[in-house]
Design a protein around this ligand. Structure first.
Ligand code: HEC
Ligand code: HEC
Ligand code: HEC
Ligand code: HEC
Ligand code: HEC
Ligand code: HEC
Length: 426
């Protein structure tokens, strides 16, 4: 009996802890519906309605079997180029409209989750998931007009206490009238304290759950308070890191003096989470012709030829290739998710805010700490870019309503979830 008890209380204990975390932090499991909404719904409906891309109803019957769908979703360009018959057929049928390449943005697991969702969209969603508002580039969760679960919990406890209190006296008077009828003595009303003690002994499991919830609630509040103090992680920073690169490539010379746009070389910065380092082919666009530099003469540019297999004497790519091994300057740990497109395109942030002015650097250097505190401080103070974005216009109104009269309304990134652990951590 005793064993059974503790087994059960453990189970409910874990249940409560889990639920609490799910509540507080918002359960961010691989969610096919959400991923679909964020990545695909701009161009696809799960019904047979055509948007930019074909409706996806019946896709599992018409597309080739095996890994075809996964390969297509991750990198349709590659599949089309490989000469795949079905890929070329739909490409041509859709007027050669380009679908986004998701390699690097979505993992295999994400794609599985999306496909599971496309296979079984919830009935009411099938229609709704169709066309999102135009201009909603990156669709997000609706603003939750909710109350903090912690307050709900405290409220529930208070109500419970009142109910227990009144039941207590009702029970006591019932007991006494029963006793009177049976001709027994009336009992003394137990002190509230004793009654509570009795109740606790009789309801250990429930009490355990409450205690856990309160303890974790307290921990979460401490955690939040720590955010406010800004104590997190500013001690281990790579700021000032400035490794010597295999080729003396100068941003000052290229992006500064010669005014080459950042996007010319970092061409995925507006399309994906990665800015990307240019391949040697991009250098060759110019350096096939420019064979001498102002500072190092032919020496450094010769390394580009060595990498690309270019022979400047004949003008042909006849030599063996040796990819350039650039040394990464900025690195976040693997458990952190950072997305350039979100910051540069949606958030309208300048490269220089996070990277310093590369136009003045001969050697690329990490100019900001890249710590959690740094991310969070910016999310707290930076306002979400709203103009000309239908989605945010809607959200703007909703937020204004929500915070009416509370503070002078400033829609900083933290108000759209920019402080949620799961937004930045896998
Ligand atoms: C920018 C618009 C766009 C986005 C975003 C997009 N697609 Fe596509 N998709 C297309 C177009 C256009 C086609 C038709 C083929 C073509 O022209 O490349 C297509 C074709 C497809 C097909 C083949 C359809 C058929 O009838 O055989 C599948 C499957 C597909 N997309 C899945 C997805 C998934 C899953 C996502 C999200 C991860 C996604 N697409 C995101 C535009 C898009
Ligand atoms: C002509 C091509 C070219 C242009 C234009 C260019 N870059 Fe770069 N960028 C590179 C190359 C190559 C590297 C890798 C070598 C290095 O770190 O210096 C690099 C590295 C970087 C890095 C460091 C990457 C890391 O490893 O963490 C940042 C940040 C960066 N560039 C930002 C910019 C910005 C901002 C601009 C525009 C003001 C810009 N770049 C313009 C070619 C270019
Ligand atoms: C859009 C054109 C363009 C691209 C792309 C380009 N460069 Fe240059 N590069 C130049 C120009 C212009 C110069 C300066 C030539 C001069 O002033 O005589 C230069 C000079 C150089 C020099 C000589 C520096 C010196 O002082 O001697 C090196 C090294 C170099 N580039 C490396 C690269 C590498 C590596 C890439 C690819 C990541 C690259 N460049 C891409 C235009 C380009
Ligand atoms: C909000 C801050 C922020 C802005 C704005 C920003 N970056 Fe970055 N950038 C980062 C962080 C953080 C990393 C490190 C990413 C990682 O390690 O995963 C990074 C990494 C890079 C890298 C290294 C390669 C890569 O993809 O990780 C390059 C190149 C780069 N950024 C270029 C740019 C350019 C060009 C712009 C402007 C068009 C820009 N960044 C705007 C924060 C920013
Ligand atoms: C210079 C200011 C700035 C810095 C620094 C910054 N961000 Fe952001 N971040 C923004 C803005 C602005 C947005 C809002 C973009 C939008 O409108 O969706 C944003 C949004 C985000 C989002 C999406 C939040 C949501 O609710 O959808 C994530 C995730 C994120 N940032 C991660 C990071 C990480 C990780 C770092 C640090 C490595 C970082 N950011 C540093 C300005 C910044
Ligand atoms: C805006 C983005 C952002 C948010 C929100 C965020 N983090 Fe972080 N977190 C980071 C970054 C970036 C780092 C890496 C810092 C570094 O390398 O110095 C980090 C590091 C950490 C680390 C240290 C791990 C290590 O490798 O040292 C822990 C633990 C952590 N975060 C937990 C959390 C928890 C819990 C939450 C929610 C309360 C949270 N983070 C919210 C961006 C964020």
């Amino acid at each position: 009996m005793h064993n059974n008890m503790s087994h059960f209380s453990l189970k409910s204990l874990f249940g409560a802890v889990f639920l609490f975390f799910a509540f507080s932090f918002g359960l961010k499991a691989q969610d096919g519906a959400k991923l679909f909404k964020q990545n695909c719904a701009v161009c696809h409906a799960v019904t047979d309605q055509k948007l930019t891309g074909p409706g996806l109803a019946g896709i599992f019957d018409r597309a080739p079997k095996g890994d075809w769908l996964k390969n297509w979703i991750l990198n349709n360009e590659k599949l089309i180029k490989s000469g795949d018959a079905y890929a070329n057929k739909i490409y041509n049928e859709n007027g050669k409209a380009a679908m986004t390449v998701f390699e690097g943005q979505l993992t295999d697991k994400d794609v599985d989750a999306i496909l599971a969702y496309v296979k079984n969209p919830p009935a009411d969603n099938a229609a709704a998931a169709g066309a999102p508002a135009p201009g909603a580039e990156v669709e997000k969760e609706e603003v939750k007009g909710g109350i903090d679960p912690l307050y709900l919990l405290l409220g529930a406890i208070a109500v419970l206490a009142i109910i227990i209190g009144s039941l207590r006296s009702v029970r006591h008077s019932l007991q006494n009238s029963y006793n009177r009828k049976e001709g027994k003595e009336e009992t003394e009303e137990l002190s509230f304290f004793d009654e509570v003690k009795q109740w606790i002994t009789g309801n250990r499991r429930l009490v355990g759950v409450f205690v856990i919830i309160i303890v974790f609630g307290g921990m979460k509040s401490c955690w939040d308070a720590c955010y406010d103090l800004g104590v997190y992680y500013d001690w281990e920073t790579q700021k000032g890191y400035k490794p010597e690169q295999p080729i003396k490539f100068s941003h000052k010379l290229h992006a500064g003096d010669n005014e080459i746009a950042c996007q010319y070389c970092h061409n995925s910065v507006e399309k994906s989470r990665h800015a990307g380092i240019p391949s040697v082919n991009i250098c060759m666009n110019c350096h096939k012709g420019i064979q001498k530099g102002p500072q190092y003469g032919e020496k450094e540019i010769a390394k580009i030829y060595e990498a690309s297999g270019f022979d400047p004497k004949t003008g042909n790519y006849t030599n063996p290739q040796n990819p350039i091994k650039w040394i990464k300057v900025h690195t976040l740990p693997d458990h952190v998710y950072f997305n350039h497109k979100q910051h540069v395109v949606v958030g309208k942030q300048e490269c220089a805010t996070c990277h310093g002015d590369l136009k003045k650097m001969t050697v690329a250097e990490q100019k900001t700490p890249l710590t959690m505190k740094w991310c969070i401080e910016c999310h707290r103070k930076t306002e979400v870019a709203m103009e000309g974005n239908a989605y945010y216009d809607r959200m703007h109104k909703a937020l204004k309503e929500k915070y009416k009269g509370q503070y002078d309304v400033k829609f900083t990134v933290d108000k759209i979830g920019g402080l949620e652990c799961a937004k930045c951590h896998y």
